[in-house]
Design a protein around this ligand. Sequence first.
Ligand code: SF4
Length: 206
Amino acid sequence: MPRLPTVDEVWPLVPRTHRRSLAEWTRLNREIDRCRRCPLGDLRAHPAIHRGSLRPRVLFVGEAPGAAEDRAGLPFVGAAGKRLDQLIHGVGLLESEFAVLNVIKCRPPQNRFSLEAAEACRPFLARQIEFLQPMMVVTLGVSALSAFRPDLLPMTAAAGHISRWRGLRFFPMIHPAAAARSLGFLRRWKRDGKTLASILARLGAA
Ligand code: SF4
């Protein structure tokens, strides 16, 4: 297997002008597919690598795959994925304008976010963002926010606020699964979704 780049080599992100090729993307996907860099590689049915556009304006980044994602080999295809798709549809993004992935590519036991796996997976995440070069990253949930901007925590303060980060626009949201757990979180999810829609409308991305 080719040597994986260190975090320092792939982070920060390269400029939008970076040359992209499908072969590069295929090679990255194949590396993730064969990866055993952390214990989750032996537990998964399939890694959930990416779904959506290869040239997204907006990239949604969740935490880790669940059971449905592990079966399908795609991120956000379960109940939380349906809620996320409703939001994406609601903010007016076309299929060609968004992509979805997770910080961790393989399902953790009991769906518990693993810091060890997040660290092992980080070079893959960095290379995915480097390749996709979105205009905006929307993190979903506290663990996804922590993987990028722990300085913005707590989640309640960060969610729904746009900032600039490493040449990107950065917009944290609560996890869509949290919106199913309480009315308060559901209101927050909807309110932040409206904020995202107005930002995208202003930027001409939707
Ligand atoms: S979670 Fe990431 S680092 Fe761990 S085995 Fe899967 S792809 Fe490799």
